[in-house]
Design a protein around this ligand. Structure first.
Ligand code: FES
Length: 142
């Protein structure tokens, strides 16, 4: 069952150190105040790729930018930051439309940002997104 209590805060650092991509994980998990080199999410509009790369009814994870974009059946786009709202790890796995955080296993719906599985309780942060000349452009919240 989910809902590990506050002890999980410690597990964040220990867990991240064990992961092969520890440098990335630790930097992102502890960044913010100390100004990590990589911004957690786009601070200015960024072109991600062709709109056609995101299947209708599906989603695509842009790990380099920590953004997930989903494409609804009606053609509308949604984008969310993939910095986990639990303790700030970058989410690196997308299966279908389910995002899974490597640190403690929180899951999110890439179409809505909502939490599907604890320990996270807050939804992912929504970003602005649009298609310009067939290219997806995402940026900070409007
Ligand atoms: S940082 Fe803990 S589940 Fe993502």
């Amino acid at each position: 069952m989910p809902g590990r209590p506050s002890a999980s805060r410690r597990t964040v650092l220990r867990g991240a150190a064990v992961v092969p991509v520890a440098g990335l994980g630790v930097a992102a998990c502890s960044s913010g105040a100390d100004g990590g080199a990589v911004p957690p999410t786009p601070t200015a509009p960024v072109e991600l790729g062709a709109e056609s790369e995101v299947p209708k009814g599906g989603a695509k994870l842009y790990r380099d930018h920590n953004v997930v974009v989903s494409h609804a059946e009606d053609g509308s786009l949604k984008a969310y930051s993939t910095i986990c709202t639990h303790a700030g790890c970058p989410i690196n796995k997308l299966a279908g439309t389910t995002l899974t955080c490597p640190c403690h296993g929180s899951e999110f719906d890439a179409r809505t940002g909502k939490v599907l599985h604890a320990p996270a309780t807050e939804p992912l942060h929504e970003l602005s997104v649009e298609a310009r000349d067939g290219k997806i452009v995402a940026g900070p919240p409007a």
